[in-house]
Design a protein around this ligand. Structure first.
Ligand SMILES: Cc1ncc(C[n+]2csc(CCOP(=O)(O)OP(=O)(O)O)c2C)c(N)n1
Length: 642
């Protein structure tokens, strides 16, 4: 096809075994073609571009030197794994990335034996590599065999506690394993924190060129230091210049930094490590996010995530938006609050843009904290900010807040500290798939004593909830909202302070009451319209709160109707379960009251458009309509025909 790059060498490579006969010069050519193919594929699918482009040479070198899938290659986060997918029997499906039924945008065990460990949340790779190396030494048996264990982790991901917990353990166990630190001086946003400055110091003190010269001759130089052990190795390592690296203190041999785009450096270093390494080794590789594609290299986020784009110009093909995004509404309202109240502050874990906090960071840098990929720390930090008399908003995606859960329980809830949790990406998120779905927060927040849990039904409701949270000093409070655009509703002139634990009636009908928690309200309204054509007019209410429940409103709905149906964008154990508990406790079921709860099914739903994923979850308007007909004992049209 004419719009595809010419890739004569790559065309001959279906799997890493096909690379084994290639010369180093051919590997350089292969890397070039792999880069073009990656850009071409992502231009048609959208997705993570910059990170993959940064590891093209590394991907080629690792697959050329090691023997996957016997050797376990573990990509941290794995948003950089598209080139790896192309080289590992998935090139024919690479243009289905992140679409329904297509390849996942992350590594996935069920997708390929070349993906020994799935990921998408960061900083798990060193723990996983250590687990594989210990399993190997204990005689574990898997179909592909167990060889080397290699983790590739970015400098952003390396900032998380889990990476250090794993290194601490690996240094202690002293197992042979390889960690490649892919240092591109970027997270999604520029990296923050002391580790980032530390890594910069590792290579800033001597000109990089000198090292490059050393590493160029690494084929001859490297065996020597390894033969003589750690002391000689140090002599050629940059860390020596700053008195030994932190990684060595943790029990790792440290090699680097080397130029991660230069196969003349990568190949000999990897070959030598393979031939001679003992114990855990860290190879510090310097790369450029977005390498080789100017629009990515020059983008603010280095092409971290992109929509479909024009390959020539780099221009992204985004659908025009009709309504403000929930994230944007949150960010704007927070700044309005911060203007009036100097105690308002905010915490993000490496997602200033994703959570809408960039605006706050710009206006009030001293009150907005990017803590790095460190959700656990971020939550406890926010707890202490609250204990210190501040009004912290802890803004995290639902899925990443999972990592800070013990901190939510132990540091926030038990101490009843007024941390305001802004839970973005609540519900099904689309192309990022199951790992990023915000399915569990209603359950895991609502079961905490003293936690207030709200869900916005639309962007105007979100405005009220941000202000309600700011005014709530009695204890912790959370509000959740989905990814993407709002409903296009009129925005309030003035925000309202919502009464805690009070829902609102949307329309009064007969026989059945639909009680929505969150943005399924739109689908619920659509279902009600369709039902009215059939002579059924349901009552609709917006719960606003999963905790505390609006007992009065719910029990009134029960009193006035034959049936009650709850709807929420979350897994079982959330809002509907709390309502069921209330009804059971009140003896409502003793009299045979009809109750149904629409929640996400008990499966992990693969990537598709959010609408499609909700179709799979049976939570769109037609399914709500069908549920009403079912609970009222009215056969649906399809059933009548059957
Ligand atoms: C626990 C967790 N928090 C946040 C994220 C969102 N996230 C995805 S990639 C990324 C940046 C990773 O930076 P780095 O490891 O340096 O890799 P790079 O993209 O620069 O190659 C972040 C914050 C995540 N995947 N997991």
């Amino acid at each position: 096809m004419s719009d595809r790059p010419s890739t004569p060498l790559l065309d001959q490579i279906a799997r890493p075994a096909d690379m084994k006969g290639l010369s180093d010069t051919q590997l350089v050519q292969l890397a070039h073609e792999l880069r073009q193919e990656t850009i071409s594929a992502v231009s048609t699918t959208g997705g993570h571009l910059g990170a993959g482009l940064g590891v093209v040479e590394l991907t080629v070198a690792l697959h050329a030197v090691f023997n996957t899938p016997r050797d376990k290659l573990i990509w941290d986060v794995s948003h950089q794994s598209y080139p790896h997918k192309i080289l590992t029997e998935r090139r024919d499906r690479i243009r289905t990335l992140r679409t329904k039924g297509g390849l996942s945008g992350f590594t996935k065990r069920s997708e390929s034996p070349y993906d020994p460990f799935g990921a998408a949340h960061s900083s798990t790779s060193i723990s996983a590599a250590l687990g594989f190396s210990v399993a190997r030494d204990l005689g574990g048996v898997v179909p592909e065999g167990l060889g080397e264990a290699i983790a590739v982790i970015g400098d952003g991901a390396m900032s998380a506690g889990m990476a250090f917990e794993a290194m601490n353990n690996a240094g202690h166990l002293d197992k042979r394993m390889i960690v490649i630190l892919n240092d591109n001086e970027m997270s999604i946003a520029p990296p923050v924190g002391a580790l980032s400055s530390y890594l910069s110091r590792l290579y800033a003190e001597e000109p990089f060129q000198e090292l490059k010269a050393v590493a160029k001759g690494a084929a001859s130089l490297l065996p020597e230091p390894f033969r003589e052990g750690a002391k000689r190795a140090k002599d050629m390592l940059k860390g020596m210049a700053v008195g030994g690296t932190m990684f060595e203190s943790l029990g790792f041999s440290y090699i680097g930094p080397i130029d991660g785009h230069d196969l003349d450096q990568l190949l000999p270093v990897l070959r030598t490590v393979k031939a001679r390494a003992r114990g855990p080794i860290l190879i510090h590789v310097l790369t450029k996010k977005g390498k080789g594609y100017a629009p990515a290299e020059t983008a603010r986020d280095k092409g971290h995530a992109t929509a479909k784009f024009d390959m020539v110009t780099g221009e992204q093909k985004k659908a025009p938006s009709n309504a403000p995004s929930y994230t944007g509404v949150f960010g704007d309202e927070l700044v309005k609050l911060a203007v009036k109240d100097d105690k308002i502050c905010a915490v993000t874990a490496a997602m200033p843009d994703g959570t809408g906090l960039s605006l706050m960071a710009e206006r009030y840098p001293s009150r907005c904290f990017d803590v790095g990929i460190a959700e656990q720390h971020g939550v406890t930090f926010a707890a202490a900010l609250a204990a210190g008399g501040m009004k912290p908003f802890c803004a995290m995606y639902s899925t990443f807040l999972q990592r800070g859960y013990d901190q939510v329980v132990h540091d926030v809830a038990i101490q009843r500290l007024p941390v305001r949790f802004a839970i973005d990406r609540a519900g099904l998120v689309g192309a990022d798939g199951a790992t990023h779905a915000g399915s569990f927060d209603i359950g895991f927040m609502s079961n905490l004593p003293g936690m207030v849990v709200m869900a916005a039904a639309d962007e105007a409701e979100l405005v009220h909830m941000v202000h309600t949270a700011a005014a709530h000093d009695a204890g912790p409070i959370a509000f959740r909202y989905p990814r993407g655009e709002g409903e296009g509703v009129e925005m309030p002139e003035e925000p309202q302070l919502l009464e805690i634990g009070k829902g609102r009636m949307i329309q009064t009908g007969k026989r059945v009451a639909l009680l929505s928690f969150g943005t399924r309200l739109g689908e619920t309204r659509k279902a009600a319209e369709a039902l009215s054509a059939k002579g059924i007019t349901p009552t609709i209410a917006d719960a606003r709160f999963a905790k505390p429940l609006d007992r009065e409103m719910i029990l009134n709905l029960v009193a006035d109707h034959e049936a009650l149906i709850t709807i929420e964008e979350g897994a079982v154990g959330g809002f509907g379960s709390h309502v069921a508990q209330l009804l059971a406790d009140e003896g409502v079921f003793d009299a045979g009251f009809k109750f149904r709860s629409m929640v996400l099914p008990d499966t992990f739903i693969d990537q598709a458009s959010p609408k499609d994923m909700y179709e799979t979850a049976a939570m769109n308007a037609p399914q709500i309509e069908a549920k009403v007909l079912e609970v009222l004992g009215v056969a649906s049209i399809g059933e009548k025909r059957a």
